[in-house]
Design a protein around this ligand. Structure first.
Ligand code: SF4
Length: 217
């Protein structure tokens, strides 16, 4: 049933024209990709050029680094669900070229109508915000990524939420050979195993409830 609702949500989102400018400059709406039954959801800020062209999140250079960090934890993209807070590439046309810019507050707010039901259908145990803008959007406005990454926070969207460094930032700081990359690998590990633990606790409490209901009859 979740699969059908999710498919329907995606179909509707792909036709969205709520943001006038983004609708004109985008190639594809980048809805998200991965395992919709995963206990862990990774949420970045928005698609860039490669993502816009392919219609898939985190597939450019930064995406490749993220994939490497997943692999270093023996995970693949199919073990998690990956999306962004804003589903269309935010850019301005300058001299006929598309120049990336951060999504505006209005665009981010518009796109919550897709993000929130997407989170609610996936129902993850833990959300890992990829980068500061996503953390400021989903944890709190004054979130400090360098000081607060890797920490668990309570959340209205999942049992808990945490944030990690954005792979583009890590690329600027030296990529896989930098200590920042190690932090990304460590945060993914922490997030995934906490999410799995929470999911297994939830499943066992459901089965305890079912058992006690069964005893009643
Ligand atoms: S960014 Fe989101 S709300 Fe805006 S047009 Fe794209 S899908 Fe619609």
């Amino acid at each position: 049933m979740i699969d059908n609702s999710f498919k329907k949500l995606k179909e509707e989102c792909l036709k969205c024209v709520a943001c006038n400018q983004l609708t004109k400059t985008r190639t594809n709406v980048v809805f998200g990709e991965g395992n919709i039954k995963s206990p862990l959801m990774l949420i970045g800020e928005g698609p860039g050029e490669t993502e816009d062209l392919k219609g898939v999140p985190f597939v450019g250079k930064a995406g490749q680094l993220l994939e490497e960090a997943l692999q270093d934890n023996n995970l693949t993209r199919n073990d998690v669900y990956i999306t962004n807070t804003v589903k269309c590439r935010a850019c301005d046309m300058v001299d006929g070229k598309k120049i990336n810019r951060p999504p505006s507050e209005e665009e981010t707010n518009n796109c919550r109508k897709w993000l929130l039901p997407q989170i609610s259908l996936i129902d993850p145990e833990l959300i890992l915000c990829i980068g500061a803008p996503s953390a400021k959007n989903l944890i709190r406005k004054n979130f400090k990524i360098t000081q607060e990454r890797g920490l668990y926070f309570p959340s209205n969207y999942a049992k808990c939420i945490m944030a990690t460094l954005h792979p583009s930032y890590i690329l600027r700081k030296g990529g896989v050979n930098s200590s920042f990359y190690e932090l990304l690998v460590k945060d993914i590990c922490k997030a995934y195993y906490a999410a799995k633990e929470l999911r297994s606790k939830r499943m066992s409490s459901t089965s305890i409830q079912l058992n006690s209901r069964a005893e009643l009859f």
